[in-house]
Design a binder for this molecule. Structure first.
Ligand code: UDP
Ligand code: MG
Length: 320
């Protein structure tokens, strides 16, 4: 009797990827065909695209029974799309890859080979350079990763992509983190497991445009910090303690000066400076608390991460 072939799930979030899909699918097919010892399911999650992505996916599903499509009711973001993939993946191995070929499917055989050896639970990829990316963006990205490594307990690697292959144990662990505010790079690091890192040179997307502008990335990085670190809250309380201490020193200074030299009237500019300074710090700290509160508010509401409007799989998880 032959042993049942292992199932590999590929999760591909797509948002307005009508130009990339015709390049991506043949590559995936090629990778899947070389791995004839495995069965494949390909989960395309259409994150509310406004272009022809949805109908392209339906077409693919008609031609290839391994293809499953999940069309969201609107754009929920890449994190939600990946989560939908994880909720629906049944594979022994599960991989996430971008639709734009920046995560080359040709690496899959090597990744599966590494997991098969049993020494690792996950194979992750990082790019060794940031070729083709605006220099300012690279600089801020580097700063972000450096800081994250210091302040959070999740091991977040610089240049890490979301392109990863995991075994079932790790996927189940990821599914157990059902938080609303998802920051996958942090979640992958947080769950731990033995991870092998593959490095490769950055590739530019085959077609279409990146959906991330600088402002979106900035907000995403703030999300990352707030989701995986409480340091900003500590900064808020420490600056309070520091200011209180400083004001005691000032009071002592003023009393002593008054006793020794009388009371020469000091100007109001210094006072105005002090008031605005302290006012600024107070607002800043309230803002930090507000950020955490806003996240908590969203978590407490327990809204679903995604809503699937249409799919070709009968027992699909549609709302989670
Ligand atoms: N994506 C998505 N929802 C979004 C934005 C992006 O599903 O709201 C998908 C997109 O289709 C692609 C992947 O996420 O497959 C990465 O997006 P992109 O290439 O724009 O990001 P970059 O590679 O520039 O970081
Ligand atoms: Mg990309």
């Amino acid at each position: 009797m032959t042993e049942e072939k292992k199932l590999v799930s590929l999760i591909i979030p797509c948002y307005n990827e009508q130009e990339s899909l015709p390049c991506l699918y043949p590559e995936i097919k090629k990778a899947a065909d070389t791995l004839s010892n495995y069965r494949f399911e390909i989960l395309f999650v259409d994150d509310g695209s406004a272009d022809q992505t949805g109908s392209l996916l339906k077409q693919l599903a008609r031609e290839d029974e391994r293809v499953q499509y999940y069309l969201f009711s609107r754009n929920f973001g890449k994190e939600a799309a990946m989560y939908a993939g994880f909720c629906n993946a049944r594979g022994d191995y599960v991989a996430v890859l971008d639709a734009d070929m920046q995560d080359p499917p040709s690496l899959l055989p090597e990744m599966i080979g590494i997991l098969e050896q049993g020494a690792y639970d996950s194979v992750a990829t990082r790019r060794v350079d940031r070729k083709g990316e605006p220099p300012i963006r690279s600089m801020f990205a580097r700063m972000f990763y450096k800081m994250m490594r210091r302040i959070s307990d999740a091991d977040i690697v610089d240049g890490a992509r979301d392109f990863r292959l995991m075994n079932r144990n790790m996927v189940d662990a990821i599914l157990s983190l059902s938080e609303y505010n998802r920051f996958s790079k942090g979640i992958f690091g947080w769950v731990g497991f033995r991870t092998c890192w593959l490095a490769y040179e950055n590739r530019e997307r085959v077609a279409g445009e990146t959906k991330w502008n600088f402002w979106k990335l900035f907000k995403y990085s703030i999300d990352g910090i707030i989701n995986f670190s409480q340091l900003p809250l500590s900064i808020a309380s420490w600056s309070g303690i520091f200011l209180t201490f400083f004001s005691f020193l000032m009071i002592a200074f003023i009393i002593i000066r008054k006793l020794l030299f009388g009371d020469p009237v000091a100007g109001w500019p210094s006072l105005v400076c002090i008031i605005t300074f302290i006012g600024g710090i107070q607002l800043f700290c309230m803002g930090i608390i507000g950020q955490y509160l806003a996240k908590t508010y969203m978590e407490v509401k327990k809204r679903p991460h995604f809503i699937v409007a249409s799919t070709n799989r009968e027992d699909a998880v549609k709302i989670q």
